[in-house]
Ligand binder design. Sequence first.
Ligand code: SAH
Length: 304
Amino acid sequence: MTAKNRKFPLPLSSLENKSSNRAQQSTSSLLSVATPQTATQNVRQHEVRNDEASIKNSLPHNVLQHATSTRGGGSAEVTAEHRNESHHKMVNVPIISDAPRRAMVARLVKQGVRDEVVLAAMGAVPRHQFIESGLSGQAYIDASLPIGHQQTISQPYIVARMIEIMRNGRVLSNVLEIGTGCGYQAAVLAQLSENVYSIERIKLLHELAKKNLRSLRIANLRLHYGDGMHGLPQVAPFDGIILAAAGMQIPTALLQQLAIGGRLIAPVGEKQQVLQLIERTGNADWTRSVLEECYFVPLCSGII
Ligand code: SAH
């Protein structure tokens, strides 16, 4: 399912034909259709190097202490516990109880997420702070939840999985997210990239994200209000771009703003969606891989 060395724009018809059989089998649930089975398949397809050396070499600046202390052969639960010991250093907010988040990280491991740096970031960000109080009891279950304006905070599995694929064991310096929503994924990204930019087209959600993020004091994250389809040419190129909303195709501006060697991950499609991974291999060359099925809110143009 990999189309190598194709020039963009790629014809969507080829993608639709390839994925239609699988997509027809998908559940009609409004939550993501990702399952432990698809997670396992994807781990096999996109094996992430997680040996000691690669973890050490790929440590981002702000999880360095933590990841060094968690390498080695402990169980998932032990690793998750250690991970949270350093939580307060990273985001500096009071935590009522770390147990549900530790359980979430342990579940991500079971679902096939292998990248220690991503797991550390997921263990560090208080997801309950991004969810309205009436729903915060569900903050750590594996589901997307409403955030208002007909939008959702993404399911933890899909957040971790997409970031793992985008990161691919690299140290990231410049990452762009399209679709800030409540700001959760942006906060996770800021744990593992030197600079993160996130764009939201709905003014009230942009404001909500600012409010949610204020107490976390994340200095390397910048929020923009605007149409993410245009990207942010003034701070491009990006070594990672992640879309939190699904379009019928990936905007050309975003492909152009990807650094050579960079990775973009995005849901593509309307009712039947798949995750696509784009790698820029040269000035005018990109490769595309079609990954698992997913369900995201639509990518829309313009601002409101
Ligand atoms: N990143 C969020 C998910 C937000 S849902 C999380 O942490 O869970 C996807 C978001 O994409 C919505 O808030 C929606 O308004 C936004 N969006 C859709 N099209 C967009 C566009 N063209 N530019 C910027 N944001 C967009």
